[in-house]
Design a protein around this ligand. Structure first.
Ligand SMILES: Cc1cc2nc3c(=O)[nH]c(=O)nc-3n(C[C@H](O)[C@H](O)[C@H](O)COP(=O)(O)OP(=O)(O)OC[C@H]3O[C@@H](n4cnc5c(N)ncnc54)[C@H](O)[C@@H]3O)c2cc1C
Length: 403
């Protein structure tokens, strides 16, 4: 529901702010920084201040694989050098194999003429380094802050904050995550499905080195990934039915290490030590539209996808690039950046690109959940053919890289 906001008489003037970004996770913080650097008057509203990142603190359990397109944006925003200098796990190879058919596919950066396929980076490191730049870029930070209501007017959108403050901006950007309270306030429905799975995450020491390789094994129960960390350990992302996830979370360390060893086919040998563990519910959630009056959605607020392709935040950062291009084009043409006809370009382009990717990841999850022997054999044949078919493999790798 889009609620009316009682406006203080003194605030009846063109908004001082061009853009109000709600949600300061990786995607929202990158949006605020990118738009401020492009000369838009920008505010960032976040409910919880990010925890400071420290080099001597344990590696954040939430890590992401950043594709070259994401690294390029962070580099352009001036934050990549500090992220890279802090702690990143570059990976140059990817090995994906099927527990049922044994079929495997390999991606190798050098073969494609690149140094890396990407980097495994802690979520809170990326978020923290983005936040370090906000003030210098002129972003007005409001934290803790939550929006309780908003109302689009002819020339602005009026926001009501929980602490009683009001704010007006030309455009409201909802980057408030998969549960997006703003999306709900705007009455935008989502499509998708609940995978009835949780991703169990932990950092593991292994008998054999990870060799800068992202490993992923598809099991009947769901995919298991081992992602190379900077400190030589591997980050586990193990998708399991909910009850199984709860069971493995409750195991003692030795039993947990044994089960991960078996599930990963001991590809990195025995698991010799494990960090604390956590689990995240897995859902496919696609907003039915990315646009409301003077408002756009981006990041997980617009699309939450299965982590098997490691693309969630990469898609979100591509939304940022497209939104910035849309707003810059509008400004250059002297148009209102909050007008629906302006924002339609962003919404159309990103919704179709994100939907294709999200449905592709969902199709992969479905294909690997199949257990019939005939279909498993067909799947194995398909994967083996794909592994030999260099032009198609290159196109897949380029697409994942955002090239
Ligand atoms: C197990 C797992 C593994 C993953 N691996 C990968 C990977 O390898 N590669 C990849 O690209 N992606 C991966 N992802 C996905 C990735 O983590 C998400 O796509 C990404 O974190 C989304 O960022 P975001 O900024 O859009 O949302 P979030 O990180 O959810 O940030 C939303 C922000 O909004 C704030 N907020 C919420 N409500 C309000 C409100 N009312 N007012 C103000 N602020 C509010 C929150 O406090 C939060 O800071 C993975 C996800 C999971 C669960």
């Amino acid at each position: 529901m889009n609620l009316p906001v009682a406006e203080a008489p003194s605030r009846r003037r063109a908004p001082a702010l061009d853009v109000a970004v709600v949600g300061g996770g990786m995607v929202g913080a990158a949006t605020a920084l990118a738009l401020a650097r492009a000369g838009f008057g920008t505010a960032l509203l976040e409910a919880r201040a990010p925890a400071p990142w420290h080099a001597d603190a344990e590696v954040d359990l939430r890590v992401v694989g950043l594709a070259p397109s994401a690294v390029a944006l962070l580099d352009e925003l001036g934050v990549w050098p500090s992220i890279r200098a802090a702690r990143v796990g570059p990976y140059a190879h990817m090995h994906v194999w099927d527990a049922e058919s044994g079929a495997a596919i390999d991606f190798d950066a050098a073969r494609e003429g690149h140094d890396r396929l990407g980097y495994i980076v802690e979520n809170n490191l990326v978020q923290w380094m983005l936040w370090q730049q906000l003030e210098r870029a002129g972003v007005r930070r409001l934290c803790p802050a939550t929006v309780t209501a908003f109302e689009a007017r002819e020339d602005r959108i009026q926001l009501q904050l929980a602490d009683g403050e009001q704010l007006a901006a030309g455009l409201l950007v909802a980057a408030d995550g998969a549960a997006s309270p703003l999306r709900q306030l705007a009455g935008i429905a989502t499509h998708g499905r609940d995978y009835a799975q949780h991703a169990v995450v932990a950092h593991l020491s292994t008998e054999r080195p990870h060799r800068c390789t992202a490993w992923q094994r598809f099991l009947r129960s769901g995919p298991l990934a081992l992602l190379p960390l900077a400190d030589g350990r591997s980050s586990l992302v193990w998708s399991l039915p909910e009850a199984e996830a709860q069971r493995v979370l409750a195991l003692d360390d030795a039993a947990f290490a044994d089960e991960v060893g078996v599930a990963s086919d001991f590809r990195l040998g025995r698991i010799t030590a494990t960090s604390a563990r956590a689990a995240f519910p897995l859902r496919l959630r696609l907003a039915e539209r990315y646009l409301a009056e003077r408002m756009v959605l981006l990041g997980d607020a617009a699309h939450a996808v299965h982590p098997l392709a490691g693309q969630g935040v990469n898609l979100g950062l591509r939304d940022v690039v497209e939104l910035r291009a849309t707003l810059l084009a509008a400004r250059a043409a002297g148009r209102d950046i909050g007008a629906s006809h302006v924002l339609r370009r962003y919404a159309r382009r990103r919704r179709s690109a994100d939907t294709l990717d999200a449905l592709g990841f969902d199709a992969l999850a479905r294909i690997y959940a199949v257990q019939s022997p005939a279909l498993v054999a067909a799947r194995g044949l398909g994967v083996r053919l794909l592994n030999e078919w260099q032009p198609l493999k290159r196109r897949l790798a380029d697409h994942a890289a955002g090239r």
